[in-house]
Design a protein. Structure first.
Length: 105
């Protein structure tokens, strides 16, 4: 399993409800992607949200987005700045990558 966490900070010109609706729309669009298990957002502060997306693999998170997903992502970008993005993957994938590099555990 792989996880993507995106932190977004509201632009001064955007309302909080607008940001929430845009984040929700991006989560819904992401959920329609191949290999995506779930996507949801959380408020960190009154001006900052985090979007948590779970996928079967990192490759599923790195695919080119479908048009509706790209449109939702850019709509959110009009309202909030991405301030951090992280990709996490489970220990099995990390160990497999380590072994593929010719290392012993």
């Amino acid at each position: 399993m792989a996880i993507m966490v995106v932190h977004c900070e509201r632009r001064d010109s955007a309302g909080r409800a607008e940001v929430a609706e845009a984040a929700y729309a991006w989560c819904c669009a992401l959920r329609g992607g191949e290999g995506i298990r779930n996507s949801r957002f959380f408020w960190e502060t009154p001006d900052r949200i985090a979007i948590l997306t779970e996928a079967d693999s990192i490759a599923d998170l790195d695919r080119l987005p479908k048009p509706d997903t790209a449109a939702a992502m850019f709509h959110l970008a009009d309202l909030a700045r991405v301030v951090d993005q992280q990709h996490w993957y489970d220990p099995d994938i990390g160990e497999e990558t380590y072994r593929m590099a010719g290392r012993d555990v």
